[in-house]
Ligand binder design. Structure first.
Ligand SMILES: Cc1cc2nc3c(=O)[nH]c(=O)nc-3n(C[C@H](O)[C@H](O)[C@H](O)COP(=O)(O)OP(=O)(O)OC[C@H]3O[C@@H](n4cnc5c(N)ncnc54)[C@H](O)[C@@H]3O)c2cc1C
Length: 416
């Protein structure tokens, strides 16, 4: 979104290039908040950005559709037909021409080929999945509140990275809020089991003290944390582990890692075993100088031979660099391109209303550890910055003010 806005305003509006954004969805919601969308803490009516309208204001065109094919000889991409919720065709297959193609189609959950994940577990890759999960969770709470489901409401969350940890805390926040709305819910109703293959929650956090404080807070909230536990099978009402254990569950969320979407491996471009497109540190694909990629779907090498981690800040920094390089190429096709060096600015994990912890400026002497209100402020400022960038300083500030007022006026949870 930041890249297309930049190109639209700098090139599209001046008639120097025609920029088209293609997305499978019609609107944008910031991905790190999908777990809040899934519980209803985030109101899509207030937070979603309509691509078509945003494009009209920012000098780019929008085409809804899923990328399914690429023809490098004719420089065209193919988009799958678009169907409505009843399965009727809205748009037939489309072809779009390009001079330069930028791929930023993100990542999807990696099921590592484990039996039953695709069939029985939910994932949080797309807004549509978050909305489906929200309905399922709300219905389960309703059934318990009305006595039509007995016992505890059991949820297994596989993967204790940002998605899994934040979702576990959000679920407890949701149960508490529903109780406040008069749902007949017992304090002990929710039984969340957070399952992690490695020896710690949030294994990507740089400091063990941070990981420990997240772990302690989760226990305090009432989450059951199972580290060093490898899931080998997911069934409709249980997950099985490598050590032969069976954990009962009514609902399973799979958040155990990501890979790039399968479609990337079918385009005839060089990819790694995670389907990520192999690109140089300037964002240019190894296979075609007219194709760029950034973010979770790109494998970008660093000086030490490692690859960039699939994270929000990496995607943003790399997208803006690709924008600079495209503008340089339009001015001069032989222009030298900027090279990207990853700077880890920090990581934050927000446990709903319970606490926020994080590490700032991680690239500098190990960084600065923050927790509680200051961490919450920095965490919230990341989304605020995103909204300001999306809408510009004046409209963005008004949007932030409006979001603040809405959060006071509207219920804490969006139920329907
Ligand atoms: C719940 C959750 C919490 C997270 N928390 C953090 C965090 O705290 N810190 C952090 O750094 N990262 C976090 N992440 C990861 C972060 O959101 C991603 O790394 C980041 O969004 C990647 O950006 P991207 O632009 O590469 O892809 P995305 O943001 O995923 O955007 C990809 C876009 O491509 C579209 N698309 C997908 N397939 C197709 C197709 N075939 N055709 C057309 N369009 C397509 C999608 O609709 C989407 O709009 C979190 C992720 C989740 C789900």
């Amino acid at each position: 979104m930041e890249l297309v806005k930049k190109l639209g305003n700098k090139l599209g509006k001046k008639g120097r290039a025609q920029i088209t954004l293609v997305d499978v969805s019609s609107h944008h919601i910031w991905k790190p908040l999908l777990h809040e969308l899934a519980t209803g803490s985030l109101d899509e009516g207030v937070n979603a950005i309509d691509y078509q309208v945003h494009g009209a204001h920012n000098g780019y065109l929008f085409q809804q559709g899923a990328l399914t094919g690429l023809n490098r000889n004719t420089q065209t991409i193919t988009l799958a037909p678009l169907y409505n919720s009843n399965g009727a065709t809205v748009l037939t297959e489309l072809e779009l021409e390009y001079d330069y193609l930028v791929l930023g189609i993100g990542a999807v959950s990696n099921d590592f080929g484990i039996d039953g994940v695709k069939q029985h577990a939910y994932s949080l890759d797309l807004t549509s999945q978050a909305m489906t999960l929200r309905e399922r969770i709300q219905h389960q709470f309703m059934q318990h509140a009305n006595g039509q489901r007995q016992g505890q409401m059991k949820m297994a969350i596989v993967g204790a990275g940002a998605t899994g940890v934040e979702m576990a805390a959000e679920m407890h926040h949701m149960a508490h809020a529903l109780k406040g709305y008069g749902y007949n819910i017992d304090e002990q109703l929710l039984q969340i089991t957070l399952i992690e293959a490695s020896d710690s929650v949030m294994p990507a956090l740089p400091k063990s003290t941070l990981r420990q404080s997240v772990h302690d807070k989760l226990l305090e909230i009432g989450v059951s944390v199972r580290t060093n536990t490898i899931v080998t099978q997911v069934n409709p009402h249980s997950v099985h582990t490598k050590n032969g254990e069976s954990i009962d569950t009514d609902l399973t969320l799979w958040a155990a890692g990501v890979k790039a979407p399968e479609v990337l491996a079918s385009l005839g471009l060089k990819v790694n075993r995670n389907n990520q497109l192999l690109v140089a540190d300037n964002g240019q694909s190894h296979s075609d100088a007219r194709i760029f990629a950034f973010g979770d779907c790109a494998a970008v090498p660093q000086n030490d031979g490692s690859f960039l981690p699939p994270r929000g800040q990496t995607a943003r920094q790399m997208a803006l660099l690709v924008g600079d390089n495209l503008m340089a190429l339009l001015r001069n096709p032989q222009a030298p391109l900027k090279r990207y060096v990853y700077k880890d600015l920090g990581s934050f994990v927000n446990l709903a209303r319970f606490t926020t912890v994080g590490n700032m400026f991680s690239h500098w002497c190990g960084g600065l550890q923050v927790a509680g209100a200051p961490a919450r402020l920095v965490y919230a400022s990341l989304y605020r910055r995103h909204l300001l960038t999306m809408h510009g300083p004046i409209k963005g500030s008004l949007m932030l003010l409006s979001c603040g007022i809405q959060s006071w006026l509207r219920p804490q949870l969006k139920l329907w």
